[in-house]
Design a protein around this ligand. Structure first.
Ligand SMILES: [Zn+2]
Ligand SMILES: [Zn+2]
Length: 420
């Protein structure tokens, strides 16, 4: 049952057909009724799949609308394509080296224009690939939080925004936008979190007929509490697990309010953070939530007809917490924040630093201190690396990850050092 990939070919055809109906000239702001009504929403495959009793309860009489969420497998990071009735929205675009892959996935799906682009927060695993996407597609409303990051990754995005003359729309909690027959409401950020990138994440609640989807980026405990406090009903059928299934998010109180039937975790196989964490998986399991995971199942697609939600694969049944792999230097990086260590990850950290063939200085550094991760740079290079990266030659300098980021170094694409 687990790791089963059942891609429905008719679904892919339908997406391509929908893509070919794209309307030009959308302002990217809220669509007018006329826009919505003129939007062609049927496709052969879609119509065939419908039965008479699906005269959608959740959507106005006679409406034939289809919403798709593609949780694109971008390794450790996020990239979610949301398409409804020929309108498209992208939330995040994975890491720096994933921009082209996200772009080509979108092209495959028939996307010609993005009506909305949301960069949830300026961390590289979310906005890294965004410069490519913003550059290659005609984009409507671009929503990003009012927080800047002192990295080249962020500067690249800002540069493309300027080049293409795209204004940035700041997220305002409670504001609602239309995407075909679907609509989404901004639910976060609820305040200024200073330089805390994760808590600054743009969160949205997406609605399509009876179906509700909650996506909160990397929002952690404090931001979740603020979402709860703002009073918006966040109950949802599908919850995209906050912060890649980290225990710094998906608190019990928050999950109780969302009370989802399904959770989707976007994370990379063997990622250095140990995402998803066992605590979160246990919470999901005890609440009877079906879990989908990009690290096990690749790209995950959910389809809503306004009443029911169908998936391209069956839920994962592994309940396997992410275990940091051998050469990882930053497995406990989540702990710098809450000052705690999980039993399993601290044990793993020690085991692994002994077991890694050839040893790993960065690893030892990391397990020696909960607060700093060491990475490696060279005088002439623009990237930072793991200790054992083959791109590292002479003149190697050891610095902390935070300093590397501050000085504008990008993670090396070959050794993929920790990014947060
Ligand atoms: Zn992230
Ligand atoms: Zn983040």
């Amino acid at each position: 049952m687990k790791k089963q990939k059942k891609y429905m070919p008719e679904m892919i055809i339908a997406v391509m057909l929908i893509g070919s109906f794209l309307l030009g000239g959308c302002s990217g702001t809220e669509l007018t009724e006329a826009d919505k009504n003129s939007s062609p929403i049927t496709s052969g495959a879609d119509a065939e799949n419908r039965t008479d009793d699906s005269a959608a309860e959740g959507l106005p009489e006679g409406t034939d609308s289809r919403l798709e969420l593609h949780f694109i497998d971008v390794g450790q990071g996020d990239a979610t394509l949301i398409s409804c009735d020929g309108y498209h929205m992208l939330i995040d675009a994975g890491n720096n080296d994933k921009g082209t892959a996200v772009w080509s996935y979108l092209k495959q799906q028939g996307v010609e224009r993005l009506d909305y682009v949301i960069g949830t927060h300026p961390d590289a695993d979310h906005i890294g690939g965004l410069d490519v996407v913003l550059y290659k597609f005609d984009c409507g409303t671009v929503i990003m939080p009012e927080v800047e990051n002192d990295t080249r990754t962020y500067e690249d995005v800002v540069q493309v925004l300027e080049e293409k003359d795209y204004p940035v729309t700041c997220p305002v909690v409670g504001e609602t936008y239309s995407l075909g027959e679907a609509s989404f409401t901004v639910i976060a950020p609820n305040k200024d979190y200073g330089t805390d990138m994760n808590d600054s994440s743009v969160g949205i609640l997406l609605e399509h007929g009876d179906n509700r989807f909650l996506l909160t980026g990397d929002a952690e405990e404090e931001a979740e509490a603020d979402i709860l406090a703002n009073g918006i009903d966040i109950s949802a059928d599908v919850y995209k697990a906050g912060h890649h299934g980290s225990k710094t998010a998906s608190t019990e109180e928050f999950l109780n309010a969302v009370n989802p039937e399904y959770a989707v975790i976007s994370c990379g196989e063997g990622n250095s953070y140990g995402h998803p964490h066992a605590e979160v998986l246990n919470r999901f399991r005890s609440m009877g939530i079906d879990v989908f995971r990009t690290d096990e199942q690749g790209t995950i697609v959910a389809v809503s007809d306004g009443r029911e939600i169908t998936w391209n694969c069956t839920p994962s049944e592994s309940w396997q917490a992410g275990e940091p792999m051998g050469s990882s230097a930053g497995q406990n990086t989540d702990n710098w924040k809450d000052g705690q260590q999980t039993e399993d990850s601290s044990k793993d950290g020690q085991d692994q630093s002994e077991n890694v063939p050839g040893g790993n200085e960065a690893q030892e550094e990391a397990s020696g201190s909960d607060t700093e991760i060491t990475v490696y740079i060279t005088k002439s290079g623009e990237k930072y690396h793991r200790a054992d990266c083959s791109y590292l030659k002479s003149d190697v300098e050891k610095i902390s990850l935070s300093e590397a980021k501050q000085r504008g170094y990008e993670p090396c694409k070959k050794c993929q050092p920790p990014i947060e």
